[in-house]
Design a protein around this ligand. Structure first.
Ligand SMILES: Nc1nc2c(ncn2[C@@H]2O[C@H](COP(=O)(O)OP(=O)(O)OP(=O)(O)O)[C@@H](O)[C@H]2O)c(=O)[nH]1
Ligand SMILES: [Mg+2]
Length: 192
């Protein structure tokens, strides 16, 4: 897979999906884990998806078209952010679940976790949700630049164990320096 270009398409805030007629890959994970940065790293466009050090930045489903509509990347709102009202939290959860259930183009999800952290209950609940509804997902451990190589290896093993997955299948990346990008592109090629 070669990403030649990417552009923002649209954002969804209510339960009405965008149907681009091409495969979609959703990016899910905790708030502030690095989902938007991951999209920017993949597409080589630093400001395509808005990233922020302030958690809860992405509050909508944002669609990005890659290679003129060959496939779409869908940036989902992050979960687990404490400083939102219950009402907001329910509405994001509803939106994410609506997307996961109804999107005709969804091929698989990249579930992003921070390599430095043990998976949280919300991460594991989401993985169970994927399994229950037979939505394929690929685990991505990001922020690899924050740890040494050997610490990353141990962390990936612990993360894989938490999700009851094969450590070989966890993609280790850094959106800061682009490490692991090729393996992510290969995973995309394999699945769309
Ligand atoms: N060192 C390092 N920092 C990263 C990496 N990826 C993201 N960050 C930083 O982590 C913070 C959050 O990144 P975002 O991409 O906005 O995270 P998000 O998951 O989209 O956040 P929400 O939209 O709020 O859910 C920002 O300060 C990024 O610069 C990485 O691979 N390495
Ligand atoms: Mg974001």
């Amino acid at each position: 897979m070669i990403i030649k270009n990417a552009e923002y398409v649209t954002s969804i805030v209510s339960k009405k999906l965008f149907e681009g007629g091409a495969p979609e890959i959703a990016i899910a994970g905790r708030s502030n884990v690095g989902k938007s940065s991951f999209i920017n790293m993949l597409t080589g466009r630093k400001k395509l998806a808005r990233s922020s050090s302030e958690p809860g930045r992405t509050r909508m489903l944002n669609y990005f078209s890659v290679n003129g509509g060959e496939f779409y990347l869908v940036d989902l709102p992050g979960y687990g952010y404490a400083k939102v009202t219950d009402k907001e939290r329910d509405s994001w959860k509803g939106l994410i679940e609506f997307y996961l259930q109804k999107s005709a183009g969804l091929k698989f999800v990249f579930l992003i976790v921070d390599v430095r952290r043990e998976p949280t209950d919300l991460d594991l609940q989401l993985a169970q949700y994927f399994e229950y509804y037979e939505i394929p997902y690929v685990l991505v451990a990001t922020k690899a630049d924050k740890l040494s190589r050997s610490a990353c290896k141990n962390a990936v093993t612990a993360i894989a164990k938490g999700f009851n997955q094969d450590p070989e299948k966890v993609l280790l990346v850094s959106s800061l320096n682009g490490a692991g990008r090729d393996a992510v592109l290969a995973a995309i090629s394999e699945r769309i």
